[in-house]
Ligand binder design. Structure first.
Ligand SMILES: [Zn+2]
Length: 124
């Protein structure tokens, strides 16, 4: 039962949230159209696509908020969101608070390899 647990990559949670968000966006049309095609002959309920549509929109909103609220493994702040100015960058390459590059180990800047350009949100 208790399998040995190796080191956990702190970015696994981010990858999981990103994949769920992509699935929510990409799967919307197939889910709604598939329900529209299948619902009438199978369950004789013409409102089924509407129910799936509303439910999937809620799913998209929840997945999007979960993706946006990913916390930085180093500073614990919201990786993509900076309060006071609700500007969101999906592809922000660094934490908007501490400048940790995406997918980098949560170590201080001094321990990260040099990228040849200054890192950190205040230096952009
Ligand atoms: Zn951070």
């Amino acid at each position: 039962m208790n399998e040995p647990v190796g080191p956990v990559d702190p970015w696994d949670e981010y990858r999981r949230r990103r994949k769920l968000n992509l699935f929510a966006f990409i799967g919307y049309l197939p889910a709604v159209l598939g329900t529209a095609v299948v619902a009438e002959p199978l369950i004789h309920f013409p409102g089924a696509p509407l129910v799936v549509m509303v439910g999937w929109m809620i799913f998209i909103a929840v997945a999007d908020v979960r993706h946006a609220k990913f916390r930085c493994p180093r500073c614990g702040g919201l990786f993509f969101l900076r309060y006071g100015r609700y500007t969101r960058y999906y592809d922000e390459p660094r934490c908007v608070h501490c400048g940790l590059p995406k997918y980098a180990p949560p170590v201080p800047d001094e321990m990260l390899p040099s990228y040849g350009f200054p890192i950190g949100p205040e230096k952009r």
